[in-house]
Design a protein around this ligand. Structure first.
Ligand SMILES: Cc1ncc(COP(=O)(O)O)c(C=O)c1O
Length: 391
């Protein structure tokens, strides 16, 4: 945090800081606590800025849009390491990815989220004269993936209707912030039972399961979570799958959250009808804490300068948007808050820079500073005027 404040002093606020040293350690630490035989896949959507670093430590990257694909290209990441996922894959996008591949079957993997997508992949592969590695996405009861019957129909018609698709197995993701091991147990048992059933009914062998774990991140003070024992129990569950077939864990939030800090400065202070309000130069367009209901919970943060003397007062920390919803934290007890003070919010490495309602109010996108593994700070995005996009 001491070095974070130096970076903030240099680059100003609001500011995202993503520390790749923390990211690298996090991935290594997850790997140590998960079964040796499972592979890790980083879901790029959580934080695109740290993709190149993550790529050094995980086997695979999950890409969900042409934009994320372009980011991987920019970082020089080869298709071998990618799984092209997502509900909307255009013909042009599929062709572009195939054209970037040299081997046959083409390097990397595509997911098929529907029969139409399987048809599109087959057509593009046939035209390019290449085979494609494919995971069929099994739905968990929403718009993502297919139901069992459709998935089974594709498997059954693999040879005659989809000769260019090398179907490797199943992708399954049922949601983020899952902290119920019972839910994980049910899901892992279900997917494995389904794959066994698929074999019994069609003879198709699922060589691989790509499972979105939705591992939780505990963002708020007072929440207790024993991650070691959680991962130990999860490891027992996933062995059910990993002993039978290649198992890849697809993770975004839990990999990236800890590497990020978001700094925002107090620009105004007022008391209205007995309530203290601090206006910050950031806002909910840039800071997203999953599970933050009505700003009632207190995230981990540090205030600079630190003030030890004096009594505490409760402050509502508000952002700069013209909406009453733009409250970052309600009733935060703080000593001697003053204009110019800086808050550095922790655990903002996942889904803040990439998920915020960035264009609202035509506010600037903040600068992004990446702390490289060498410790050197690098400005990777200048502040960006969104007014040009909103007019
Ligand atoms: C298919 C898929 N896999 C993985 C993830 C990453 O989830 P999390 O960030 O909870 O790990 C997502 C998130 O939306 C997803 O849609």
């Amino acid at each position: 945090m001491e070095s974070a404040i130096k970076t903030v002093e240099k680059y100003g606020t609001p500011l995202f800081i993503f520390d790749e040293r923390v990211l690298a350690e996090r991935i290594k630490s997850l790997r140590k606590r998960l079964p040796e035989e499972v592979d890790l896949c980083y879901a790029v959507k959580a934080n695109t800025f740290v993709t190149a670093c993550a790529a050094k430590y995980v086997e695979r990257l999950e890409i969900c849009s042409p934009g994320e694909y372009d980011i991987c290209k920019k970082y020089g990441i080869g298709n071998r390491q990618t799984v092209i996922s997502g509900v909307n894959k255009t013909e042009e996008y599929i062709k572009r990815v195939i054209a970037d591949t040299v081997s046959n079957p083409a390097e990397g993997i595509f997911t098929a989220e529907s029969v139409r997508q399987a048809d599109m992949l087959e057509k593009a592969a046939g035209e390019a004269g290449k085979n494609l590695n494919v995971l069929l996405r099994l739905s968990s009861g929403n718009q993502f993936g297919m139901d069992e019957a459709e998935l089974k129909a594709i498997v059954c018609r693999n040879r005659e209707k989809y000769p260019h698709l090398c179907i490797k197995g199943i992708q399954y993701f049922s949601g983020t912030q899952k902290h119920s091991l019972k839910k994980d147990a049910r899901e892992i048992a279900y997917v494995n039972e389904f794959m066994d059933r698929l074999y019994e009914e069609t003879g198709f062998v699922c060589e691989e399961l790509e499972y979105g774990t939705g591992f939780p991140v505990f963002y708020f003070q007072g929440e207790a979570f024993d991650e070691d024992s959680f991962l130990k129990d999860f490891s027992e569950l996933i062995r059910l799958s990993s002993l039978k077939r290649k198992t890849v864990l697809e993770i975004g939030r839990s990999i990236a959250a800890g590497c990020g800090s978001y700094a925002s400065r107090v620009v105004d202070l007022k008391t209205v009808k007995g309530q203290n309000y601090a206006i910050l130069d950031g806002g909910i367009n840039q800071l997203v804490y999953y599970g933050q209901t009505m700003a009632m919970k207190h995230p981990y943060y540090k205030r600079f300068p630190e003030k030890k003397d004096g009594g505490e007062e409760n402050w509502n920390l508000c952002g700069s948007l013209c909406t009453v919803n733009d409250i970052l934290v309600k009733q935060l007890p703080i000593k001697k808050l003053e204009a110019g003070d800086i808050f550095i919010f922790k655990n903002t490495g996942a889904y803040s820079a990439t998920e915020g309602i960035a264009l609202f109010l035509s506010r600037q996108l903040p600068r992004v500073v990446r702390i490289k593994e060498s410790g050197e700070a690098e400005l990777v995005r200048e502040a960006f005027e969104t007014s040009v996009l909103n007019s």
